[in-house]
Design a protein around this ligand. Structure first.
Ligand code: 6R9
Length: 625
């Protein structure tokens, strides 16, 4: 598991000759608290040194590579007999056949054997300055207790438990407890409505739900238990709801509800990995819970929002918790940029080594601000591209060379075992550089999705049908002259204006470069002459006082100059905010429908972070027409 820490020097053995697979996987050279050192010779990888050579091997001889990684980074209760049996042309993905392991044992027990006192979790609670730390020993104990509790209440291997909790230690322990007893977990964002929750409970056919009495986020109390009560009314499968206490306020308990105890905490020092994603997002799964814990790292659980109680929250937390790697989403960076540098400069950020970005293309202005202001120009910014379906980071600036150059706003290089290709519209592989196409993967790797729960045919149709023999990501990408990848956005977001195909992210990037603009979203709409026209939604920075007509002219001029006249927006709508998902992605589907005045077709809005944003957008659109 690669964490976007970039500064690997701390972990690797000093001599280059010893820079083997182990060091790049952060195994050797670490403290006594580490898992057994990796022996490349024993894994048949003797003579492989240097990250570039390893990356090469990881693609050309992926079986040996992944077998070595799997054997030496993980504890297996039964060793696997076949490394892989995959066939992308049929959507068949099988790795480590015959092998058995428990992910909770890998995340907890093996670290507890060597260093039970190492801090596993730092919980950055919503109430600033009240953080809590949990050691690996404590987390194991909490997980075992919960696992036993679930078992005693009839949860068994193969069941799917729905977890509807804020990002907190008990939620992590619940995930690990499920994994420990062989149950699947279905983590639902604690901000989702009763309907959205009910739909996910029904889909998972859960008989058990775990929640808390109330959530606290951004200073606001949310009634999570009440939401569960409403949701389960339409979920006949649910037999029991475990309720933990996040606040002191009692809630009404029914015959179905089971109260959970509160747990003991302790405070210790340690290396600190600060991924601020919610655990309801895949980024929270892979880089808050499983990735850091499987690597014996100390991980931060961020319960709050970037602007509560003020826009200095992240950097205040970095100072207090001495965070070394900070991993967040462009949407939050753009939001904070709006409030100005003073909120960052107030705090000591000298512990920071690397800044990561994930979730969306990061526009040039946000990238530069993150690098120059947050990272004081000294911390590398790693723009990491991946998806729920890929399990972990696939394209990132530095997987194969810790000193390699980084180009702003580019995910750049494929990670170990990842073999990306670009496809043209005819389904042919584009071999040259300086070209754009549909991003596909030519080779399987162990972290990739293997199916869609209860719908394998949909898995095949979505990911393997469009380009037979390849895994299709749904994203577009550009490969530069140097061979670096830049993600241009979802292919659905490519528009065709008078025969010119253009990614909406490209136009947004130019619009965002205007000093008055905080963020923007561009969508296409049906245009009787051009085929599609360009419609831009623009959010201004705080305290900006401009004539909208003047600014519109300026933005049109910028797009014409930097891209082309045809890309210049036909409509510019100024908005207070954009509709976003809980993981911060702009809901372009909704914007497209608004622009087409198809309000009937807005579809499922239950995953929106703040549904009021849609109403504002609709009103603004009606005014503009
Ligand atoms: C991890 C995650 C996946 C989609 C993906 C792409 C977009 C993620 C990105 C990025 C440009 C990046 N995406 N990281 N686009 N640059 N660094 O976000 O998973 O929620 O499944 O979304 O997000 O479009 O296909 P998920």
């Amino acid at each position: 598991m690669w964490l976007p820490c970039g500064c690997t020097s701390k972990y690797v053995a000093s001599s280059f000759a010893r820079r083997t697979l182990a060091s790049y996987l952060h195994v050797s050279g670490r403290s006594r608290c580490n898992v057994a050192a990796f022996m490349p010779e024993a894994a048949g990888l003797e003579g492989v040194s240097g990250r570039a050579a390893l990356r090469e091997l990881s693609v050309s001889n992926s079986e040996s590579f992944w077998a070595a990684v799997a054997r030496h980074r993980l504890c297996w209760s039964t060793p696997f007999h076949t490394v892989q049996d995959c066939d992308l042309s049929r959507g068949k993905i099988k790795w480590f056949e015959g092998g058995k392991l428990n992910v909770s044992v890998n995340c907890l027990d093996r670290h507890v054997h060597t260093c039970p006192e190492r801090v596993a979790l730092i919980w950055e609670r919503d109430e600033r300055g009240s953080e809590m730390k949990y050691t690996y020993g404590e987390l194991l104990e909490m997980t075992c207790r919960l696992g036993n509790l679930l078992r005693r209440h009839g949860v068994k291997r193969g069941d799917c438990v729905t977890i509807y909790m804020p990002t907190c230690p008990l939620a992590v322990a619940s995930m690990l407890a499920c994994a420990r007893i062989g149950a699947a977990h279905n983590v639902v964002f604690a901000g989702f409505s009763a309907d959205a929750l009910a739909e996910r409970i029904r889909d998972a056919q859960s008989s058990t739900v775990i929640t808390v009495n109330q959530g606290v986020r951004g200073g606001k109390v949310t009634e999570l238990k009440k939401t569960v009560d409403t949701a389960v009314q339409s979920c006949p499968t649910v037999k029991q709801v475990f309720v933990a206490m996040r606040t002191d306020n009692p809630v009404t308990m029914t015959a179905r509800d089971i109260a959970m105890e509160e747990y003991v905490f302790s405070y210790h020092d340690g290396d600190v990995f600060g991924c601020v994603a919610d655990i309801g997002w895949i980024t929270g799964h892979s880089y808050v819970v499983y990735g850091p814990l499987a690597n014996g790292a100390t991980t931060v659980l961020f319960e709050s929002t970037p602007i509560y109680p003020d826009p200095g929250r992240y950097w205040d937390m970095v100072e207090r918790l001495k965070i070394n790697q900070f991993y967040g989403a462009p949407t939050a960076i753009r939001l904070l940029l709006k409030y100005g540098d003073q909120w960052v400069n107030k705090y000591d950020r000298s512990t920071l080594k690397t800044l990561g970005s994930v979730g969306e293309p990061i526009n040039t202005e946000a990238w530069e601000w993150y690098h120059r202001v947050v990272g004081d120009g000294r911390c590398p910014v790693v723009d990491t591209w991946w998806q729920t379906e890929t399990g972990g980071i696939c394209i990132a600036p530095r997987p194969s060379d810790p000193d390699a150059e980084i180009v702003p706003g580019m995910a750049m290089r494929p990670f170990f075992g990842i073999n990306p290709v670009l496809m043209d519209t005819e389904g042919e592989v584009l071999t040259s550089n300086n070209t754009s196409g549909a991003l596909c993967m030519a080779q399987p790797w162990p972290g990739m999705a293997r199916t869609i729960h209860n719908d394998h045919q949909r898995f095949i149709d979505t990911y393997f049908q469009p380009y037979p023999g390849y895994f299709f990501t749904g994203d577009g990408a550009y490969r530069s002259e140097e061979g670096y990848y830049q993600i241009t956005g979802r292919l659905d977001d490519v528009i065709n204006v008078s025969g010119h195909r253009i990614g909406t992210a490209e136009i947004e990037d130019v619009v965002n470069q205007c000093p008055a603009v905080a963020e923007s979203a561009v969508v296409g709409y049906t245009h009787s002459i051009k085929g599609q026209g360009v419609y831009a939604f623009v959010v201004l920075k705080k305290g900006i006082d401009v004539q909208e007509a003047d600014l519109s002219r300026q933005l049109n001029g910028m797009v014409s100059e930097k891209i082309a006249k045809y890309a210049s927006p036909d409509f510019i709508q100024f908005a207070k905010r954009l509709p976003k998902t809980r993981s911060g992605k702009i809901m372009r589907r909704v914007l497209r429908k608004v622009v087409e005045s198809d309000l009937e077709g807005l579809g499922d809005l239950s995953t929106l972070d703040d549904p009021a944003a849609v109403q504002e957008i609709i009103q603004g659109h009606e005014k503009l027409l």
